[in-house]
Design a protein around this ligand. Structure first.
Ligand code: THG
Length: 271
């Protein structure tokens, strides 16, 4: 699984304040903590409220000064994505994200190409996020084809079927599982498939239980990446065990210990 740490997001009050006041301390704290937990990428999101590309460049610089971890630049605005990409020191990055409308595809795919980055394509367009399986497949396929034509190999493309809160849209989770299965059939090798995992538990109790139960089901369907709470140990243990059961890891009595140790010693993690 490719784990993308969700915590440096202005949806959290401490991060919103840190960005507003350009206070690096909370950013550095969460960058180090998520890197220690084994994040492969750190998602950076300055929030819908901020329209200043300089804020994204600042965030990228602060994170790069703190950890060697790869970066996911999270915005739907091309000028904010570009400011983040320009600030990169050469480490691997993901552009998160483009939707399927032509205007976004034309602006955002070339950025991923130019900066040698991965690209997350979300199954949305100018009309918003579809609630049915077919439209999500259509939009994902459209993004996949446009990105491929522009020269991105499937290994650099991530499709996101858009996970919805279980509390408000209970019928959506099974639809997302079906879309994941279908996305694996788009090419051989298939593109990566990713979700914003915490979307599902928004405003629920049992956040951790709901997210780890869903991710195990989604991994069985073909999910191989997630923007998630990498500090949730029960979640990471469930992911390790799902990888074992899906025969992606070799069983030993110490598999869990080995997995925890490996994550803990990733680049940027504790040595
Ligand atoms: N797809 C893609 N990118 C995304 C998302 C997605 N980026 C943003 C988001 N969705 C993923 N990141 C988060 C980060 C935090 C939370 C949810 C998703 C979260 N929010 C709390 C809640 O909703 O209850 C509120 C924050 C708080 O506790 O203050 O946990 O789907 N490509």
């Amino acid at each position: 699984m490719i784990l993308i740490g969700e915590r440096i997001n202005a949806g959290f009050k401490d991060i919103a304040r840190a960005i507003r006041e350009h206070d690096p301390a909370p950013i550095i704290k969460w960058a180090k903590k998520q890197a220690e937990c084994g994040a492969d990428y750190l998602d950076l999101n300055i929030g819908a409220a901020s329209k200043d590309p300089g804020d994204m460049a600042w965030l990228v610089e602060v994170v790069q000064g703190a950890v060697p971890t790869s970066i996911s630049i999270d915005s739907n605005k091309p000028e904010i994505l570009k400011a983040g990409l320009k600030a990169l020191d050469g480490r691997p990055a993901i552009v998160n994200s483009t939707t399927a409308d032509d205007e976004k595809l034309e602006a955002i795919i070339p950025l991923a190409v130019e900066y040698n980055a991965g690209l997350i394509g979300v199954a949305m367009d100018e009309r918003g996020s579809p609630q049915d399986v077919e439209r999500r497949i259509e939009l994902g396929a459209k993004i996949f084809m446009a990105a491929t034509e522009a020269g991105l190999p499937p290994e650099r493309i991530f499709l996101d079927p858009i996970l919805m809160p279980i509390r408000f849209m209970q019928d959506q989770a099974t639809k997302v599982l079906e879309v994941i299965r279908q996305y694996t059939l788009l090419s051989d090798p298939p593109p990566h498939i990713s979700v914003g995992l915490s979307n599902i538990c928004s405003k629920t109790k049992e956040r951790s239980l709901i997210t780890r139960t869903f991710i195990v089901m989604a991994m069985a369907a073909g999910l191989d990446a997630a923007i998630c709470d990498v500090t949730d140990e029960a979640l990471l243990d469930a992911i390790a065990t799902a990888e074992l059961i899906l025969n992606k890891e070799i069983y030993s009595d110490g598999y869990l210990q080995a997995f925890r140790l490996r994550r803990g010693t990733r680049s940027g993690g504790r040595s």
